[in-house]
Design a protein around this ligand. Structure first.
Ligand SMILES: C[S@@+](CC[C@H](N)C(=O)[O-])C[C@H]1O[C@@H](n2cnc3c(N)ncnc32)[C@H](O)[C@@H]1O
Length: 177
């Protein structure tokens, strides 16, 4: 575990950690899917799933974006992502707090039960936000729900510290927790 990270279960035994991750999926996947559908995830999109755990959300996203889209599933400990096999799905061992990350690249950036483990969740959120693609000229085709990025209270990037870019929420979709 790096000192950028509070993740207390980084060395948890394989079976116990997998059972815990499966419990999170059983409790949350249905709600998460509804939320991401409301945000407008769909065919052809590029999605980043950060701290993908056992891969339930990444696997589902892979089906949603289809062959013309792409899902990158990252985790500091990707041992439970080895069985994620799809042409449009890439698994990365990656520490969201410190490792290099593309900017202006994704239509959707999502994490769940991750920020609570970060020593500096606002900095992590800024990195994730920067990975989203810049604003498009028109957002009129997006459904209203897609215009509202979901940030945890108080964790959205502040104007004074966020990268200088057009952060119009109508073209930037991020769902984090
Ligand atoms: C509580 S689990 C949640 C897993 C998954 N997001 C879900 O909701 O099913 C937190 C996950 O974040 C990963 N993680 C912790 N610190 C991380 C970091 N700095 N960068 C990337 N992943 C991290 C852990 O390895 C673990 O898989």
């Amino acid at each position: 575990m790096t000192d950028t990270n509070n993740y207390a279960l980084a060395d948890a035994a394989h079976d116990a950690e997998l059972a815990r991750l499966r419990t999170i999926e059983a409790d949350w996947d249905a709600k998460t899917r509804r939320h991401l559908q409301d945000l407008g995830v769909g065919p052809g999109q590029r999605c980043l799933e950060v701290g993908a755990g056992a891969g339930g959300v990444a696997r589902w996203l892979s089906g949603q974006v289809g062959p013309g889209g792409k899902v990158v599933a990252t985790d500091i400990d990707p041992r439970f992502l080895a069985d994620l096999k799809a042409d449009n799905l890439e698994v990365r061992r990656h520490d969201i707090a410190v490792d290099p990350l593309e900017t202006d690249s994704y239509d959707l950036v999502h994490c769940r039960v991750l920020l609570i483990h970060m020593r500096d969740p606002a900095a992590v959120l800024r990195r994730m936000f920067a990975a989203l693609r810049p604003a498009e000229p028109s957002c009129s085709r997006r459904p209203p729900a897609a215009r509202a990025p979901a940030f945890p209270a108080g964790a959205a990037p502040r104007p004074s510290t966020a990268p200088r870019r057009d952060t119009s929420p109508c073209s930037r979709r991020s769902a984090c927790g």
